[in-house]
Ligand binder design. Structure first.
Ligand SMILES: C[S@@+](CC[C@H](N)C(=O)[O-])C[C@H]1O[C@@H](n2cnc3c(N)ncnc32)[C@H](O)[C@@H]1O
Length: 388
């Protein structure tokens, strides 16, 4: 079987590595997606275990069309009765990027007619459409005149992990948060701190990664569970195999701080819902008054409030840099920010950087290395002894 795993821009390589680790074959990166092949077990495992994937489509057919009628004819040729029965429902989602075909809804309608007519001609009756909760969700992607037809195996988007009951302002997408942890190369042993944790997305994803906890609840209503060929025994075997890999000892310390009491209250609810209270400690603290830490790993996305004046936000980032240099010797800090100008004011040279999209905001994800404890004198000489 051939699959298409969708992701966020900038996380394609990370997703490809996740897929290779899971044993996927023919892993090929394309824009915002990774193609791979494997059997049905791989499909179950990928939906359950991929942390940087938004949804997985099962490839059915690719063809070229010159008109809407050709789409109708090609769709009608497919043996839809093998995929779902008259009593079951279906829905069609179309995405069109073409000079010739501009109306996605019309293309969906044409394809729907083709499926309905095929059933009617064969059985004298037709299946119903249910756009909200269909048994089979069909995906049509039209690029110029090339149509790719696939089935959505995931159901709702895989970024929805269902532990985030409360969110503060500007929460990160869970797929992005997991992607940041994986991109950062964190060794899963060093203490990880998010000093501006908001609703706690980064620390929840980090804890799950460190403990091998599946990103999805095995009870989740994946799209494939409604398919005719769904094999619950095989699926349970995959679940059992993955749950057996969950680590319960030798886990790293993970800490979340935030200046806002509301953020800590929300993060606490989310951490409890994710059943991660044993892994994560939370406390209300102002980063700039924190005692600091040696040899820890920091990963955070500070505010980049567009309402703030440029100077204020740049000052804020420059204080972050001072604090890191002064109170976090030997630490590595990864910062994600949509304020590229402010990032320059951190005042440390990034040792690595990635350009990512946070929602629609082009963002920089950069790594800063602070001098180690043994070089404490060196940075004291350079930056002095003052508290930032
Ligand atoms: C962009 S949000 C982080 C969102 C978070 N990653 C999430 O997924 O929910 C930035 C956070 O920084 C916090 N913050 C701002 N100034 C701070 C400070 N001086 N010390 C600690 N936290 C601070 C804010 O309260 C806010 O929750």
């Amino acid at each position: 079987m051939k699959f298409i795993a969708k992701t966020l821009e900038g996380l394609e390589q990370t997703l490809a590595e996740e897929l290779t680790d899971l044993g996927a074959e023919d892993v090929t990166i394309i824009k915002r997606a990774v193609l791979f092949s494997g059997n049905i077990v791989m499909l179950y495992r990928a939906n359950l275990m991929l942390r940087t994937c938004l949804r997985i489509l099962v490839f059915v057919k690719e063809f070229i069309i010159a008109s809407e009628d050709e789409l109708y004819a090609e769709v009608k040729k497919i043996h839809w009765e093998d995929y779902f029965s008259l009593e079951e429902t279906f829905a069609i989602d179309s995405v069109v990027s073409s000079e010739k075909f501009r109306h996605a809804n019309y293309m969906s309608l044409k394809a729907k007619d083709a499926i309905v007519d095929r059933f009617r001609e064969k059985y004298g009756s037709r299946p119903n459409v249910d756009t909200r909760d269909p048994a089979l969700r069909i995906n049509i992607h039209i690029r110029n005149t090339t149509v790719t037809l696939s089935l959505d195996s995931s159901g709702s988007s895989l970024h929805m992990r269902n532990y985030r009951k409360r969110v503060t302002e500007a929460p990160l997408n869970e797929v992005l948060a997991a992607g940041l942890v994986l991109l950062s190369g964190w060794d899963k042993m060093t203490m990880l701190i998010d000093p501006m944790c908001g609703s706690g997305t980064i620390i929840c994803e980090a804890a799950r990664i460190a403990a091998n906890i599946p990103p999805q609840d095995p009870e989740r209503e994946f799209g494939f569970k409604k398919w005719r060929n769904f094999d619950p025994v095989l699926y349970q075997m995959v679940v059992d195999e993955e749950l057996a890999k969950v680590k319960t000892s030798e886990l790293p310390k993970i800490k979340g701080y935030d200046i806002s009491s509301k953020a800590i209250e929300y993060a606490t609810v989310n951490v409890q819902t994710a059943k991660l209270s044993d892994y994560i400690t939370l406390s209300e603290e102002d980063f700039f008054y924190q005692e600091g830490e040696e040899n820890a790993f920091l990963l955070f996305n500070p505010p980049y409030d567009e309402r703030l004046k440029e100077k204020d936000i740049c000052d804020f980032y420059s204080h972050i840099g001072d604090k890191l240099k002064h109170a976090f010797p030997g630490c590595t800090a990864w910062i994600l920010s949509g304020h590229i100008e402010a990032m320059k004011h951190v005042g440390l040279k990034p040792s690595k950087k990635y350009h990512l999209l946070n929602g629609s905001i082009p963002s920089l994800f950069a790594r800063f290395d602070m001098y180690a404890g043994s070089k404490k004198q060196k940075w004291k000489d350079k930056y002095g002894d003052q508290q930032s």
